[in-house]
Design a protein around this ligand. Structure first.
Ligand SMILES: [Fe+2]
Length: 586
């Protein structure tokens, strides 16, 4: 049986996923390879990489699934434009130009793979954006049947899609169309708070716990729930529907124009200047209020879906599903008993969803795969790590004071855990790269969670990010109840739970100001090496978790050994463990 290549192209977080015999073999985001954050455009490097990793040629591809359908809702786009100002007609014209790009995916793919027209025999499919999101959650959830929800900014003219999944089928119930969007509401307030780059919604979520809910009543004018279980924006506070806000990606990284209108200033006061060093006070209050209101809308949509379907399992995806503060409360705030959230819930994951939509919904092939981890990059063999070290060492000046050795597993865990317990900052590079926004123990920087000053040390030495933002823990799955009030697994760091009050003082570096932590639970079956490292740290210190942050310095997460070595050498990291190779600053 031939393979299916899923592609997210001409959208943020361009990516590909390769599925064969029902198994998800590899998935890679273009940003990791071209080193441009959230890279949009066509993921040509990623397409080449997954075929190389699977030792396949272009001729092995039976189907190609693109997570956009230019024809979906096209009549609504045109109708919408016809009733609006000329600027919107331009917006739709731009969209139609993008449609032409999406239609040229076959040429772009052939070119990226160096294939002639005759070599690429795959059948091409367009899968509507939200169906691809939902498929990425439901078909990989392991649930036979589930309620399905996708919520994001926009994709194919929709912001929300609700339905059900059963076996190999997904059926829609209803949707929320452009210009209404809970994701866009969140983005608008994020931008208003001075975070302008694509994908900076994390920053507002991290700021929210510092504030008070003093702006909730004002913000209720901006977005409100409707009786049918959905919601509406007051469009007076937005620009996207009338002046048009385009996403561009000339340099690879997407840029989204300002989506809020001046009316928001009348409501909330002047917007925060991005260069203002102050984050707290009014700004944190607005972030707190926006997060609270977002959660109200989200749970309103989710609980209404539960009532309509009568189901107790939920499959969730779309950019809104990355709101880990909301996710952590989902089971206590709604009647759902279990939830599966696609770890690459943003548009990167639609490459996976499009491929599985073709596999099951279109081809009717039976389900035989559940996603239990996201280590979907190709692992680097020992010889490749050794040769990356060898070639970097030619620059002697950079390597002065750096010791390098190869050690066996017990010493790898013992020595690394000891370094962490001594307050050292450790780069941990193992196995295949994570797919999705979080580093989960294969491309991670690991540190001691017991040190209250570790956040500042990491920020000064490596991460250089806003000081208020929290760092996250990776906890042994069997010990999650020792530290957290909830014990449902959180393998993809998509849940924020409350840290047990009596433990907060023990692990201050991973406890946020409101007493919560965005945890990753680690099992020996999904990540044996990371589990062994944390177990060894627990043996030495009694603490069953470590601080985990992504392996990068203001750049996409490192993908290969050479990038890991460069990051180690140019930052003030103390130790780098790559496979069984250990670099130590002496
Ligand atoms: Fe999306």
């Amino acid at each position: 049986m031939g393979a299916i290549l899923g592609i997210n192209a001409f959208h943020g977080d361009a990516s590909v996923a390769l599925v064969a015999d029902g198994q998800l073999l590899f998935a890679v985001e273009e940003e990791r390879l071209n080193r441009k954050k959230h890279s949009a455009g066509f993921p040509g490097l990623a397409a080449r990489e997954v075929l190389r990793a699977a030792r396949m040629s272009p001729g092995d591809l039976e189907h190609v699934a693109i997570s956009r359908d230019p024809k979906a809702n096209l009549h609504k786009k045109i109708l919408y434009a016809a009733t609006r100002r000329p600027s919107v007609t331009k917006l739709v014209r731009d969209r139609l130009a993008n449609v032409a790009k999406v239609r040229s995916v076959d040429d772009a793919l052939a070119q990226a793979l160096g294939a002639s027209a005759g070599q690429l025999k795959a059948k091409f499919h367009n899968v509507e954006h939200h169906r691809a999101h939902v498929a990425s959650a439901f078909f990989l959830s392991g649930f036979d049947q589930a309620a399905c929800l996708s919520m994001d900014g926009f994709g194919d003219f929709l912001s929300t899609w609700r339905g059900t999944g059963a076996g190999t089928k997904i059926d829609g119930i209803d949707k929320v169309e452009f210009p209404h969007s809970a994701g866009l509401f969140y983005t608008a307030i994020t931008q208003y708070l001075g975070f302008h780059k694509y994908g900076e919604e994390w920053k507002m979520m991290g700021l929210a716990p510092y504030g008070r809910p003093t702006f909730v009543e004002q913000l209720r004018r901006v977005i409100h729930p409707t009786a049918d279980g959905r919601f509406k924006l007051d469009l007076a506070y937005f620009r996207h529907h009338d002046e048009g806000v385009e996403m561009t990606w000339d340099e690879g990284s997407p840029v989204l124009g300002r989506v809020w209108s001046d009316r928001l200033v009348e409501l909330l006061g002047p917007a925060r200047d991005p260069s203002d060093p102050e984050f707290f006070g009014r700004w944190a209050d607005i972030a707190h209020s926006a997060q609270l209101l977002y959660e109200e809308i989200f749970f309103h949509v989710v609980e209404d879906l539960r009532r309509r379907t009568g189901l107790t399992d939920l499959a969730l995806a779309g950019g809104c599903a990355l709101n880990s503060s909301a996710n952590g409360k989902l089971l206590e705030r709604t009647g759902f008993k279990r939830v599966f959230i696609q770890p690459a819930a943003g548009d990167n994951g639609t490459a996976i969803g499009a491929a599985y939509y073709v596999e099951h919904a279109l081809l009717g092939r039976p389900r035989r795969f559940a996603m239990t981890h996201c280590y979907l990059g190709a692992p680097y063999p020992d010889e490749e790590i050794a040769s990356a070290i060898e070639s970097s060492r030619r620059d002697l000046a950079l390597w002065s004071g750096v010791d390098v050795r190869r050690v066996e597993d017990p010493e790898l865990y013992r020595g690394t855990a000891q370094a962490i317990s001594e307050g050292k900052i450790v780069g941990w590079f193992q196995g295949g790269m994570e797919f999705g926004p979080r580093a989960l123990g294969n491309r991670s920087i690991v540190a001691d969670p017991r040190r209250a000053d570790m956040k500042d040390i990491l920020n000064q030495r490596i991460k250089r990010r806003e000081n208020y933002r929290p760092f996250a823990p990776s906890v042994l799955a069997e010990r999650v109840g020792d530290y957290f009030e909830r014990t449902e697994p959180s393998p993809f760091m998509l849940m924020v739970y409350r840290v047990r009050p009596e433990k907060r003082g023990e692990v201050p570096a991973i406890t946020h100001v409101d007493g919560t932590g965005r945890l990753q639970t680690v099992t020996p079956s999904e990540n044996p090496r990371y589990h062994a490292l944390i177990s060894e740290f627990a043996r030495q210190t009694g603490v069953g978790l470590v601080l985990n942050t992504s392996f990068n310095e203001n750049e996409p997460i490192v993908s290969n050994p050479g990038e890991a070595i460069d990051c180690f050498l140019r930052t003030r990291m103390d130790r780098l463990a790559m496979g069984n190779w250990v670099l130590t600053r002496t």
